[in-house]
Design a protein around this ligand. Sequence first.
Ligand code: NDP
Ligand code: 2IT
Length: 450
Amino acid sequence: MAHSDILAFVKQRNPHEPEFLQAAEEVIDSVLPVIDKNPEYRKLKLLERMLEPERLISFRVTWLDDKGEVQVNKGFRVQMNSAIGPYKGGLRFHPSVNQSVLKFLAFEQIFKNALTGIPMGGGKGGSDFDPKGKSENEIMKFCQAFMGELARHIGHRLDVPAGDIGVGGREIGYLFGAYKKIRNEFTGVLTGKGIGWGGSLIRPEATGYGLIYFAENMLQNKGDSLKGKTCLVSGSGNVSQYAIEKIIQMGGKVVTASDSNGFIHDEAGFTTEKLAFLMDLKNNRRGRIKDYADKYKCTYKEVDPKADHNPLWSIKADCAFPCATQNEVNGKDASNLVKNGVKVLGEGANMPTTIEGINILIDNGVMYSPGKASNAGGVATSGLEMTQNFMGSNWTREEVDGKLRGIMKSIHDTALAAAKEYGKPGNYMVGANIAGFVKVANAMKAQGVI
Ligand code: NDP
Ligand code: 2IT
């Protein structure tokens, strides 16, 4: 099929899935020249096959809240592609979760996982369950009910979930406990486990650290570095917290963080002490980012999600790291970043920039890294956790961090080389899509028409 035909085919089959279509369009655009050069890829319909989940599991989750009332949620696992390894990808608990969101995430995960160099296929899952305002008991009850069904579809050599929005160490603990009880086996079926029961050092830090290693690689490629750079970070969860930590360690200054209500602008910049306050606020007290502004007497602005731009991205800075959620940087935001002279935009979240926004950044010479390249440190370290589980032993912090740095450098170099080969030098988006696609396409080709 021609490019427009593949896109039309996908649109016609998935008419009510805007997020999935957005992720699909970006990849289709990037890999078309590869398909043109390799007629066999076209004949075998490899891209068309990648765009259809191998298996999509949808289930009911029923649980009792603290008042004894019955609650009903949706549960999903999208097993997108297993050509290069067992399905691998996170679980998201957020009221916005639906089939379109999880299919976009599972689709991106195929290419991201291929880029890590570790044999992992692509998957994603989750629920429309909202953890906000729930008691510890309710979180545990929900996780147990969710795993009650999910357990029959996953396994350490079949499908290995992990965390994502709304699923952190606490939830992985409850999910793991439930799996172990149901299946009567102790295996590395989930990653992001606690240290002491199969977890890997550096996994909590890995996505944020990896994002900043990637940004440093992009800057170094231009003879520059993060030292002295003013940085915008959005979100205040797992990815944001460790991105902030690593930027501080590398001599940069972080002046923003946000949550779904608004953002703080701290012109003096984050210090380790302020970051410790944020971590305690978000991870233990489960409070709002506004408390940070109250404590440190800095600016706080509420954000209207329906507004045509987010004022966080209008603050003058050198680098921007969206680490909250999809489509948080639109065309107008991208123009504001360009106007203020931003040099780097590194995606910590998955698909945080709209297609219009990406085009504006790239056309204006901003070094732009797509999430599937620059946030791959999380899943890569999950892969390292799986390897340690299979070996039955653990690496030190330094060993895991060293491997993470090496993987991020390799993804950077691979994306850059593929972009150059296909006549788009410096375009990390095209390079990452092509390099990921070729690896998975070749594996599918070798394994026949299945
Ligand atoms: P967390 O749940 O730890 O944090 C999410 C943050 O984003 C919170 O600050 C949250 O605010 C904010 N947020 C979530 N949804 C929205 C929304 N609809 N509008 C505005 N703000 C929102 O998640 P993570 O840090 O783990 O994940 C953040 C992003 O990084 C996601 O896109 C995820 O897919 C991606 N990612 C995560 C990886 C990981 O290892 N955890 C790996 C690779 C990518 P609030 O507290 O108000 O909800
Ligand atoms: O989007 C992602 O890569 C993740 N949420 C992490 C997945 C994983 O399996 O560690």
